[in-house]
Design a protein around this ligand. Structure first.
Ligand SMILES: [Zn+2]
Length: 318
């Protein structure tokens, strides 16, 4: 992965302008120099926090700006967030415009932080196209476990570059985590394969599961688009209602980081127009989409979140 300090290469990577333009050569003034562990890391989302903790182990401390249940598309950073970013040794974020409203914050930190988009190392040809908050790719790469595993090396490389004394630790942790993710991918494939192909239709609040569908053979629909920043309209509701009615879909899924009022309207309309009752899967069974669960819950880690989602999906659709 390329650090933002190498401004020209970032542009060459085809990533978007403002959010990536954190650091430019020769203008590092604000961020503290790193001397010895712990490496102070600030991350945007809980998925990235889990990844950095796994690779960094005891040599890092991780502060997460967007906690459990927080929607990154709509997250408005505070002045305090900007201070945290500038006080960190390293900053990791998703990129691909997931953090749509943080562009301005990163722009204001220009030249003062070492920032890395964890998705930077993913070959652009592997990304799904989508119009999202000014970007051109779907940012929800973590729902394809194999694709997410490509974000491990960039985190490891950035930590090694800053803290070379920890190289062996970071490399071992990264290798261990990659093995775990590989096993998880196989486990998920086996479990999802128990859902009959005709029933592999996943309907959620917003279009976060496109990579999931592509990787594991599900047709995916969301009431809202790839970003939650734009509200769904009457046309979106009608299309989804007709889809549910025509395919006699038994269940739709709420997400922990998105309000479920929109989906409730869809289900009421589906019952009225198609006389088809659809179950709303929510509460403790809500899917984790753009944030992990609270500490102590099964969804508090990346691996736990994927297992929770897969188990809920399989139980409801099989
Ligand atoms: Zn999302």
């Amino acid at each position: 992965m390329r650090a933002f300090r190498v401004g020209g290469l970032v542009a060459a990577a085809g990533l978007c302008g403002a959010i990536l333009a954190i650091g430019l050569p020769g203008c590092s003034s604000g961020q503290p120099a790193f001397k010895e562990p712990p490496v102070r890391v600030v991350v945007t989302t809980t998925m990235i926090a889990d990844l950095v903790k796994r690779v960094g182990g005891d040599r890092v401390t991780v502060e997460t700006l967007m906690g459990p249940g927080v929607d990154p598309h709509r997250y408005l950073p505070s002045l305090d967030d900007r201070k945290k970013i500038e006080a960190a040794h390293l900053v990791f974020f998703n990129g691909l415009h997931l953090e749509g409203k943080m562009t301005d914050t990163f722009e204001k930190s220009r030249g003062r932080v070492r920032g890395h988009a964890v998705t930077d190392a993913i070959d652009r040809s592997l990304l799904r196209h989508a119009d999202v908050d000014g970007g051109e790719h779907d940012p929800h790469v973590w729902f394809d476990v194999a694709l997410w595993s490509r974000c491990v090396a960039p985190v490891k490389d950035a930590l090694v570059a800053l803290d070379p004394a920890g190289k062996d630790t970071y490399e071992k942790n990264a290798a261990d985590h990659l093995k775990e993710l590989d096993a998880l991918d196989k486990e998920v494939r086996a479990e999802l394969a128990t859902v009959p192909p005709a029933k592999r239709k996943l309907v959620t609040s917003h279009d976060a599961f496109g990579y999931f569908g592509r990787a594991y053979g599900f047709e995916v629909r969301g009431l809202q688009g790839v970003s939650t920043a734009s509200e769904s309209g009457t046309k979106d509701v009608k299309e989804l209602v007709d889809y549910l009615g025509a395919n006699k879909i038994p269940a739709v899924f709420t997400e922990t980081s998105v309000p479920d009022a929109g989906l409730k309207t869809v289900l009421d309309t589906c019952l009225r127009d198609h006389q088809h009752a659809v179950k709303l899967i929510g509460g403790a069974d809500a899917l984790y989409s753009d944030a992990l669960g609270e500490p102590g819950t099964p969804g508090a880690t990346y691996v736990g979140m994927i297992r929770h989602n897969v188990s809920v999906i399989v139980n409801a659709l099989r």
